[in-house]
Design a protein around this ligand. Structure first.
Ligand code: 5HY
Length: 248
């Protein structure tokens, strides 16, 4: 099965790390292609960054449709463009936040999220509400680190994340922790060892969910709101989206 992992930011080092983590988790026979948009923010830390990155995600899905991709993963914890991406394909499209919430709720009654910057916490809160996990999640916490510190100051970033996970373990009455950034894809073992709780991150959770859906022959429904977009003219910089028709 061909799995396309889309890192919605444009930092190649983070895309490579996400690809490696996905390959470590993937079953034999699952080929992983880790990509990122040609245009967009180097990191996603605000509603604005998220809105711009969503167009890049959609362009990557359209590119994947030309390559017989069997499933897609959107590897940013805001799941940018998720529903719009599902409209463009019959293949499953999994957001790492949604995947991590599902996995955490299967191994614990309550979990907390530890993300990067406090200001992006609201994005996770909105997704918890939208996906129906509000009552499973005790708190959305932040290690107060810029996303790219995970690349540039990884040791101190890891230290701050572990400290926040310890506080969550000791204060929130939870059974597991969800890591709130695609750039944390390689940190679960180190953190779980230090904190002593199941630690879930979305990239590997999404890889396993994508394999399960494809294995069951399940794809995105084209009946109802996730049907292909109606073809129409687009003008200006989005002219390429004019009269989009399904590749397959
Ligand atoms: C992410 N930003 O997963 C989000 C995390 C965040 O560039 N990749 C990013 O802080 O919202």
């Amino acid at each position: 099965m061909r799995l396309r992992i889309i890192n919605p930011n444009t930092t190649a080092a983070m895309t490579a790390k996400i690809g490696e983590a996905a390959r470590r988790a993937a079953a034999p026979g699952t080929s992983i292609q880790a990509t990122q948009p040609a245009s967009g923010p180097v990191s996603i830390e605000s509603h604005f960054d998220e809105a711009i990155s969503a167009v890049g995600v959609l362009e990557e899905v359209l590119a994947g449709e030309k390559e017989e991709t069997d499933a897609y993963v959107i590897a940013c914890f805001g799941d940018p463009g998720l529903l719009a991406a599902r409209e463009l394909t019959r293949a499953p499209v999994i957001g790492i936040a949604e995947a991590a919430f599902h996995m955490a709720s299967l191994v614990s009654t309550r979990f907390s999220v530890v993300t990067t910057l406090g200001r992006t916490g609201i994005i996770a809160e909105h997704l918890l509400e939208q996906y129906g996990f509000r009552h499973h999640c005790r708190r959305v916490r932040a290690a107060e680190i810029p996303v790219l510190d995970l690349e540039e100051n990884s040791a101190s970033a890891l230290g701050r994340i572990i400290d926040e996970c310890r506080r969550a373990r000791d204060e929130d009455g939870i059974g597991s922790i969800v890591l709130g950034c695609g750039g944390m894809a390689d940190l679960t073992e180190a953190i779980s060892r230090e904190v002593g709780l199941p630690v879930i991150e979305g990239v590997t959770a999404a890889v396993k969910l994508a394999e399960a859906l494809v294995g069951l022959g399940l794809g995105t429904s084209k009946h109802g709101d996730l049907a292909f977009p109606r073809p129409k003219p687009f003008i200006g910089r989005f002219e390429a989206f004019t009269n989009l028709t399904p590749e397959r």
